[in-house]
Design a protein around this ligand. Structure first.
Ligand SMILES: [Zn+2]
Length: 175
């Protein structure tokens, strides 16, 4: 995984880029939580679940179908004023986790297509160093990972957010 903070940056930047007219603060917060939640599957290691098993790390919890199901349930639960954009945003938020993980250079690939296909997938290029898990995070390697993610994820996310906000401001002026 990239670090957990980096996963949350994606929905935050996307939500701010879209603006409050399209997605509310509450939905953005829910999206940030959903972007982090798939890595809760690391508890599987202490339960004796194999990394490569469907329920192992980067397995079912990282699948696109899981993102769709969780987003649908959450949308029903929070009953947003407009459910379609809220559902789309929540789906994107959780799906972004697995889609980001496929660009990391270590561990197993991601079971994006589970349960239809258990293959563990990597992107053709994997520039993001995989984040150390647990206490190893607070080491030089953890710091190195975070700095690399700032270049590969935070910076593009910031640019997308700024472009989105500028476009929104432009739209408002025209109206
Ligand atoms: Zn992950």
């Amino acid at each position: 995984m990239p670090t957990i903070i980096t996963h949350a940056i994606i929905p935050l930047a996307a939500g701010l880029a879209l603006g409050p007219g399209r997605v509310s603060g509450g939905v953005i917060a829910a999206g940030m939580a959903l972007a982090m939640v798939p890595d809760a599957d690391v508890v599987g290691f202490s339960l004796g679940i194999e990394y490569a098993a469907p329920l192992g790390h980067r397995g079912a919890s990282h699948a696109l179908l899981s993102a769709a199901v969780v987003a649908a349930i959450l949308t029903l639960f929070i009953r947003p004023e407009r459910w379609r954009p809220a559902f789309a945003f929540l789906f994107f938020s959780m799906a972004s986790h697995g889609l980001l993980d496929i660009f990391t250079n270590g561990g197993q690939g991601v079971a994006l297509l589970w349960p239809f296909d258990d293959s563990r997938i990597f992107a053709p290029v994997t520039p993001i160093p995989v984040s150390p898990i647990g206490k190893d995070f607070f080491t030089i390697r953890g710091l190195h990972t975070l700095i690399s993610e700032m270049g590969w994820v935070w910076l593009p996310a910031l640019l997308i957010m700024l472009i989105g906000r500028a476009t929104n401001a432009n739209d408002r002026q025209k109206r």
